[in-house]
Design a protein around this ligand. Structure first.
Ligand SMILES: Cc1cc2nc3c(=O)[nH]c(=O)nc-3n(C[C@H](O)[C@H](O)[C@H](O)COP(=O)(O)OP(=O)(O)OC[C@H]3O[C@@H](n4cnc5c(N)ncnc54)[C@H](O)[C@@H]3O)c2cc1C
Length: 813
């Protein structure tokens, strides 16, 4: 065998993900692709997967990716002649308590929102479908008839054959040993059989993806964890088309296999494998059986399926699988290397994801841009924090342990905290702050009043912080509050061509005079929103860019990647240089003017401006902007001075009744004001025109920018979806997002975010209303609306204007 000396794309890894990616690159894009596998195809994690294929996730795009897998597996045999073992058995999920039942009602609504039919069944119906099951403790079950199971090795071999049929070259027994690099680009892949020059590399090396990535200087934060299941002898009475079964309250899953059962589970005390390198000679290998550890699942499984007690175990599988710190897989381009793409860390749903993940990853490799909103799996959701292997391991084990626990709204992870704290951490803790964490930063979610325990108590209805957050909210509307937003990501773009670079990158006109601040989106070539941030001009050749905490790596990469060739502009991340205090509320000016000699009157410091002012002897960047719909400033303070400036503001604010306010109140305030949140309300799937943000796009200016052409194309035509607000009066309803929107009884979309507005006294949701014939003002206004919340229809009112606006004069005055 001789390897080719060159290829357009080299895919590393012959598991299901690598084979699917190679298949799609060859089939859809006719790319010259070479796949390298160090052992035999499927010999990593793929061969020993249990083969359950579920589809529903909380993200619409990821659900679409998983649905695509199923469609592919159904039809692949017809193309390649190799069966995939696909069986549409449907999936039952059991509920044994009220909270789980509420979770399923919400899930069933999410499924409807995403175009899938999930039903809720009674224990008697469950018993009829799965007679061997003990149903005495059940409240009921959810039933998704289109889920199923497949044979992992067969699918992978079928994909490999399909890839070859479309011209891909697949090589076994070839190990990638390194890369030749030029700057941050790979120029050739080195192997134990020679080098291959290439344009792009796709790292689908499963649990080895971390060390393969490290050879090119990239960080793939995954952790191999031991995962076990058993395969039993035949069980009398078990139907060959028995639905797959998930029993999350007992942490177990089941699947029929050759007349017996596959049974495994997600224990609360998972066992990590190595935090060092994974050995290369791990072909078709397993760990020793660990019945002691598995006993917890056995006990629960026998209680559910008593026949298991009497049946023999044919085999135990104890294999490694890569898990990630947030339970989502890792896809996309590596921020540290311009031409390495990654598809790894599949958290035990790589078989379910494989078909679709390969489809979108191939498109991403070819276009250099994700084809849909893949933010929840985007590799750029991580940061330097994720280079700490021990932190990653600890958090990953927590995520694994939560695989089957009830997903309560607003739940926070507990492990590896506190990790990054603002200089105000101790002060805010003393004020009874209850913290959440975002990208490692501790951030106050709310402040517990005396008499209320400062911790979250999770539940499916209103949670224990509801009233306290209401007080914080009203305080900002009526007096003044101070938010610690030090975790904001902050960059400076400097150089003679900085303005020119931003003209191309930003949808809004940010080339304004020094001292101006602009709110803008960054668009992809489809006109979809890739980022949402503010750009302030500090000097002719220097801009200050502020974006959300979680978007730090993503937005920095997007900006850097889109600085036009040959332009002299440099992006520097200055996040840790500045603490950020947001002073918001009608009394904000009174407080600020008491601590600075600078003129902060509206005349000399209007809305949409940035000024340097001095507070407590420190020069502070003051940004006149708001996310809450009140008069206010974001104060960006040299990090070491954050405490002193905070103290000065608190002291001066005492007579105006100042108080610290948390992120949950911020969310409620922004919902009332209709500010869109990136990642939920506005995503790469949505254009500013659809999102009602056309006013922030410089289409009237004669400057080209990324996404302009796409927007111009749709500009004249009527929009097929439009962003709108909804309110629900019923105080018992809890809106969280993904609830179905009904117009005249017909589904027309779903909520992208939801919550409660304390000033308007209503529940608030936002979402896109869709119609293939176009969504006009008249269409929106003429319908009668309802929301489906946990399968219940509830009347709703539509709003095209912010729900709370009277403050606008006050905000801009
Ligand atoms: C016990 C168990 C049960 C599971 N059950 C299910 C299930 O029911 N449903 C489901 O959807 N998922 C399940 N999974 C998960 C599923 O197996 C994985 O998510 C999936 O197989 C991952 O595929 P992959 O291609 O990413 O990785 P792998 O299959 O591990 O493939 C990566 C390949 O890369 C190769 N490689 C590594 N380094 C190099 C190198 N330097 N050069 C060349 N090649 C290299 C490896 O040899 C390997 O073959 C289960 C996993 C386990 C452990």
């Amino acid at each position: 065998m001789t390897l080719p000396s060159q290829a357009a794309v080299v895919v590393i890894g012959g598991g299901i993900i690598g084979c699917s990616t190679a298949y799609h690159l060859a089939r859809d894009h006719k790319v010259d692709v070479v796949l390298l596998e160090q052992g035999k195809l499927t010999s990593g994690s793929t061969w020993h997967a249990a083969g359950l294929v579920g589809q529903l996730r909380s993200s619409a795009s990821i659900t679409r990716v998983l649905k695509y897998s199923v469609d592919l597996y159904k039809g692949l045999e017809a193309e390649t002649g190799l069966a995939t073992g696909w069986k549409m058995t449907g999936c039952l999920r059991l509920a044994t308590n009220a909270d789980r039942w509420t979770e399923y009602k919400r899930l069933a609504t999410t499924a409807k929102s995403f175009g899938m039919d999930m039903h809720l069944l009674s224990p008697a119906e469950v018993k009829a479908m799965w007679p061997l099951m003990e149903t005495g403790d059940l409240v009921g079950a959810s039933w998704l008839p289109t889920d199923g199971q497949a044979s992992p090795s067969d699918i992978t071999q079928s994909l490999a054959k399909g890839a070859r049929m479309h011209g891909a070259k697949l090589y076994e027994d070839v190990r990638v040993t390194g890369f030749e690099m030029k700057g941050d680009r790979i120029t050739a892949v080195k192997t134990n059989q020679g080098d291959i020059a290439c344009d792009k590399v796709v790292n689908c090396a499963g649990q080895w993806a971390r060390q393969v990535g490290a050879m090119a200087g990239i960080n793939v934060p995954l952790q191999p964890v031991k995962h076990q299941y058993i395969i039993t002898e035949k069980i009398a009475g078990l139907a060959t088309d028995a639905p797959t079964l998930r029993d999350p309250d007992r942490r177990t899953y089941f699947k029929e296999e050759v007349g017996g059962l596959v049974m495994g589970g997600y224990e609360p005390n998972p066992q990590a494998w190595t935090t060092g390198d994974v050995p290369n000679d791990w072909e078709f290998r397993l760990f020793d059986d660990d019945y002691d550890h598995f006993e917890q699942h056995m006990v629960q499984a026998i209680a559910r399926v008593p026949a298991l007690e009497a049946v023999g175990v044919k085999q135990m599988i104890n294999g490694p699988e890569s898990f990630t710190p947030d339970g989502n897989f890792i896809l996309g381009v590596a921020p540290e290397c311009a031409n390495m793409f990654v598809g790894a860390g599949f958290n035990a749903f790589g078989i379910a994801s494989g078909g679709g993940a390969g489809w979108v990853l191939a498109q991403w490799v070819v276009d250099g841009e994700a084809p849909l909103d893949l933010w929840v799996v985007d590799m750029r959701r991580f940061s330097n924090l994720h280079r700490d292997r021990h932190w990653v391991c600890e958090r990953t084990l927590e995520a694994y342990g939560k695989h089957y626990t009830i997903g309560f709204p607003h739940e926070e992870y507990a492990s590896g905290r506190p990790r990054i704290v603002s200089p105000l951490y101790e002060r805010l803790k003393q004020q009874r702050a209850v913290f959440g964490s975002k990208l490692g930063w501790e951030r106050p979610n709310w402040f517990a009043p005396e008499g209320v325990e400062p911790r979250d108590v999770y539940s499916m209805g209103r949670q224990n912080w509801f009233a306290a957050v209401g007080d914080e909210h009203r305080h900002v509307r009526e007096h003044v509050g101070i938010f610690d937003q030090s975790s904001f990501a902050k960059y400076e773009l400097s150089g003679p061509d900085a303005a020119k670079a931003l003209d191309w990158i930003c949808a809004n006109d940010v080339s304004k005079p020094v001292g101006r601040l602009t709110y803008t989106q960054l668009l992809n070539t489809r006109g979809g929103i890739e980022a949402d941030l503010t750009v302030s001009r500090l000097a002719e050749e220097k801009f200050y860019i502020v974006t959300g905490t979680g978007f730090r790596t993503h937005d920095a990469s997007w900006i850097s990647d889109h600085i036009g060739e040959g332009l002299d502009a440099r992006l520097t991340d200055v996040t840790e240089d500045f603490g950020t205090l947001s002073l918001m509320g009608p009394r904000a000016r009174d407080v600020l003017s008491a601590v600075t000699g600078s003129d902060v009157s509206n005349a000399s410091f209007p809305f949409g401006h940035i000024r340097e002012i001095v507070i407590a002897g420190h020069t502070v960047r003051a940004l006149r902007v708001t996310y809450v719909g009140e008069l206010g400033w974001e104060l960006h303070v040299p990090i070491a001075a954050t405490g002193e400036v905070f103290d000065a503001l608190m002291a001066a604010g005492r007579k105006h009744d100042i108080r610290p306010v948390g992120y949950r109140a911020l969310e409620s305030l922004r919902l009332e004001k209709g500010y869109r949140a990136w990642g939920s309300d506005i995503t790469p799937n949505d254009t500013p025109l659809e999102a009602g943000l056309g006013w922030a796009v410089k289409l009237r200016k004669n400057t080209d920018f990324v996404g302009r052409r796409a927007l111009e194309k749709v500009g004249g035509a009527s929009l097929k979806k439009r962003f709108a607000g909804f309110t629900v009066d019923d105080p018992e309803i809890v809106l969280l997002g993904r609830e179905t929107i009904l117009r005249d009884g017909e589904p027309v979309g779903y909520l992208t975010s939801g919550g409660h507005g304390y000033t308007v006294g209503k529940n608030i949701g936002y979402g896109y209303v869709r119609s293939a014939d176009g969504v006009s003002d008249d269409f929106l206004a003429s319908g009668s609306y309802e929301l489906v919340v946990a399968m219940q229809r509830t009347p709703a009112n539509i709003h095209l204007e912010p729900l709370y606006d009277p403050a606008m004069e006050r905000v801009k005055a």
